[in-house]
Design a protein around this ligand. Structure first.
Ligand SMILES: Cc1cc2nc3c(=O)[nH]c(=O)nc-3n(C[C@H](O)[C@H](O)[C@H](O)COP(=O)(O)OP(=O)(O)OC[C@H]3O[C@@H](n4cnc5c(N)ncnc54)[C@H](O)[C@@H]3O)c2cc1C
Length: 354
């Protein structure tokens, strides 16, 4: 089946839906597609006990606030349900179970080859998220099969992990949360490259994100001091549960770089060797835009070539990438401004203040 539209939005997580909101508000004809069966599924697929580290008043999409007390930390299923309900306002403009397999440039726009046929659009907003392919070092393949390895994206709960020693590689928010969850019943070691800045969830009665916004850190521009600091040291660790478990001796924390793996051993830059029954790779994700078959759209590192979401290819836009414009761009809180900016910068759109 062939379809055509003015603007095609690819992906209906929070970023794509933010774009849909401003497109609808500006009266621009659009069609949105998502490979999944409904909106918000990327949240639903995360591990069972995941709670957002950002409080409810930082987790709303434009126009329809999340209905929880401001300081409440939503569960991943509550977030998924909110996103799925939010998507209903765009109803017939979204097609689910519609994966974009290729995106190409045409003479006067773009052609998206999807699992449901071809879609032609004058302009395209890619909002497929920043977390595509689990990042696991190549040397993980040297480990014997007796060592169970899984990436955080495949972790559901403690029952996935057999008794015995667990090494969590990566001490960011995901690695720290999972380590805390496992340390009651397992012997847990966490390897993190550097000591991270960690902040309590709340301070003087206000959530840490309130303070981060007040201090200008949440809005820090992508090349500003705080953004450079965080890129060098890793994300700020939110909450003190992890540090408390380390202090109490329930988690062993090693600051070192993992260098290699052989048989059942992990080799660490400080010369130590570690043996574990299970290794959890809390090592983040890589982007995967190989389906964007447009010359110059993606750089040699596989990252979109763009400025604040506006690509150098006319008519092509991106929303929802970590560091798109500011530190908060990869968070729910960053979607509003980034999506609005991108929609305001579509060809032929008259900028509005709201
Ligand atoms: C473990 C974890 C915890 C996080 N916790 C927080 C938090 O507490 N607070 C916070 O603000 N942020 C958090 N984030 C960051 C961020 O808010 C989420 O990752 C969020 O899901 C990103 O939204 P998105 O719309 O950019 O991408 P996604 O939610 O990933 O949505 C992308 C959509 O695009 C679709 N798609 C992908 N490829 C295609 C294709 N080729 N064709 C069609 N559709 C496609 C997918 O099906 C998906 O629905 C967390 C991230 C992770 C990984």
């Amino acid at each position: 089946m062939k379809q055509s539209t003015e603007v095609l939005v690819i992906g209906t997580g929070q970023a794509g839906l933010g774009a849909c909101y401003y497109l609808k508000k500006r009266g621009i004809t659009f069609l949105a597609v998502d490979a999944d069966i409904k909106a918000g599924e990327s949240w639903r697929k995360r591990w069972d006990n995941l709670r957002l580290f950002t409080p409810a008043n930082f987790d709303s999409l434009p126009g329809r606030p999340l209905q929880y007390p401001g300081s409440y930390l939503p569960s991943k299923d509550e977030m998924a349900a909110y996103i799925s309900e939010y998507a209903q306002q765009f109803d017939s403009s979204i097609q689910f179970s519609c994966a974009t397999k290729k995106l190409r440039k045409t003479e006067d726009g773009f052609e998206a080859i999807t699992s449901k046929g071809n879609i032609y659009a004058k302009q395209v907003i890619v909002a497929t998220g920043g977390f595509h392919v689990p990042r696991v070092p190549d040397f993980a393949a040297n480990l014997t099969r007796t060592v169970q390895q899984l990436h955080t994206s495949d972790y559901h709960n403690q029952t996935d992990i057999p008794p015995g020693e667990v090494v969590v590689v990566g001490a960011g928010n995901s690695g720290a949360q999972i380590a805390v969850e496992l340390c009651e019943n397992h012997q847990v070691t966490v390897i993190g490259k550097k000591e991270r800045l960690s902040l309590p969830q709340a301070f003087l009665g206000k959530n840490v994100f309130w303070w981060l916004r007040l201090a200008g850190i949440l809005n820090a521009q992508k090349d500003g001091f705080w953004s450079r600091y965080i890129k060098r040291h890793g994300d700020i660790l939110i909450g003190k549960d992890f540090n408390r478990a380390v202090k109490a001796g329930k988690i062993k924390l090693i600051h070192a770089k993992l260098q290699d793996a052989k048989a059942s051993k992990l080799i660490v830059s400080n010369g130590n060797e570690l043996t574990a029954k299970t290794i959890i790779w809390a090592t983040g994700y890589k982007p995967a835009y190989q389906w964007v078959e447009i010359e110059g759209a993606v750089d040699s590192n596989g990252l979109p070539v763009q400025t604040r979401g506006v690509a150098s290819i006319e008519g092509l836009y991106w929303v929802g990438m970590p560091w798109q414009s500011a530190l908060k761009s990869g968070l729910v809180n960053g979607v509003n401004e980034d999506a609005k900016f991108v929609v305001d910068n579509l060809k032929g759109v008259i900028k509005q203040s709201q």
